[in-house]
Design a protein around this ligand. Sequence first.
Ligand SMILES: Cc1cc2nc3c(=O)[nH]c(=O)nc-3n(C[C@H](O)[C@H](O)[C@H](O)COP(=O)(O)OP(=O)(O)OC[C@H]3O[C@@H](n4cnc5c(N)ncnc54)[C@H](O)[C@@H]3O)c2cc1C
Length: 166
Amino acid sequence: MVWAAGIKGPELLKNLEGLEVNRINQLIVDDHLKTSRDANIYALGDCAQCEWGSKKGFVPPRAQAAHQQASYLYRLLTRQLDGATVGPFKYRDFGSLVSLGRQSAVGNLMGGVIGGNMFIEGLIARVMYRSLYQMHMLALHGWVKMVLDWISHSLRRATEPHVKLH
Ligand SMILES: Cc1cc2nc3c(=O)[nH]c(=O)nc-3n(C[C@H](O)[C@H](O)[C@H](O)COP(=O)(O)OP(=O)(O)OC[C@H]3O[C@@H](n4cnc5c(N)ncnc54)[C@H](O)[C@@H]3O)c2cc1C
């Protein structure tokens, strides 16, 4: 089964006085993530529409984009406080992975990782998907919680039924 969903920002964003939004309620930002009508307000992640720069279109609403923008904004704001400037935000696409259940996944790795665009599938893609998930857990919760989550996930997998019983 393939499930697809679009995204839309909450109505709240449309009603922030004076700030410009697109038709899906994303705040329009420039290449320094400043909102178009107020340079003192920044937006990042899914709620922002940011030009891709090197490519046509906009930075995609993905976790890796939100993460890169968060790191960028942290650098920009701290350096600005020291009176320094920072160049524009540049999105680096490391590729996409889609989980296809327990045994498989598909995806593509982009230039930043392997120096070209490469399609991957099967167990390799699955292992990469799982590793990325563990890295996210590590970043969010630290080693102890990450290891506990991994153990509990493995135990659950071994004991839970493969079909819904009732
Ligand atoms: C089912 C699903 C699968 C996905 N899979 C992938 C994937 O495999 N790879 C990938 O790169 N991306 C994936 N994404 C996209 C990814 O989750 C988002 O791009 C990413 O989380 C955006 O981060 P963000 O910080 O901008 O927003 P969010 O992570 O959505 O964080 C926004 C936060 O704001 C809070 N919030 C909302 N309204 C208010 C309010 N009024 N007041 C206070 N707080 C509020 C929310 O509770 C939330 O915690 C997936 C998304 C979905 C829905």
